[in-house]
Design a binder for this molecule. Structure first.
Ligand code: NI
Length: 189
């Protein structure tokens, strides 16, 4: 399974919803988890592996410590057609990486908490409440389903810095296909 990296156009497509009961998308799930754990990632979205459907896999628990400093048990989740149905009033700063932007950390802003409605791998409707890493990860992965990577999510100054660092790290002439468009203005608090 190939993980596509920025600026591949596949990362800038708006993904189609999954038909409830369409099990063809589930064939990707095992390999997506394998790819994610193999890279110490906490989430991976369909378009990152060339699947332009609204599906993501997430497991933030295996890197999260409880109050005693013990790692939580792994909790692999499949989110199909995820949607934010409620979120905090304010955003918090978040420094994130992405398997599609190897070697890069980007400063972005995320809702402090979100409530997400989706289908699980059995196509049952479920809700997830997420704050901290889980909440941030859901927002990051859902951005991918709308063709938004960290580069587009970042404000213009952070975006230029990230593009410069990415170019240096990969030797690619990385350019966001969204340029410095209005995305963040729409989103700005
Ligand atoms: Ni990502």
């Amino acid at each position: 399974m190939q993980v596509y990296t920025f600026p591949d156009p596949v990362l800038h497509e708006v993904c189609e919803p999954v038909e409830p009961g369409d099990e063809t998308v589930l064939r990707y799930v095992d390999n997506m988890f394998k790819e994610m754990y193999g890279s110490d990632g906490v989430g991976l979205a369909g378009p990152q592996v060339g699947l332009l459907k609204r599906m993501v896999v997430i497991d933030t628990d295996y890197v999260t410590e409880d109050e005693d400093g013990e790692l939580l048990p792994s909790r692999p989740l499949v989110l199909i057609n995820p949607e934010i149905i409620e979120h905090s009033e304010t955003k918090i700063p978040s420094t994130e990486g992405c398997l599609s932007l190897p070697g890069l950390s980007v400063n972005v802003k995320r809702w402090e908490w979100v409530r997400v409605k989706c289908l699980d791998a059995d196509f049952n409707e479920v809700e997830h409440y997420g704050e901290d890493l889980f909440g941030i990860c859901m927002q990051h992965e859902m951005d991918h389903l709308d063709g938004v990577t960290l580069i587009e999510r970042a404000d213009p100054i952070a975006r230029l810095k990230a593009l410069r660092e990415y170019r240096a790290a990969t030797g690619q002439s990385a350019r966001s296909s969204h340029g410095t468009g209005p995305l963040m203005e729409v989103d700005a608090q």
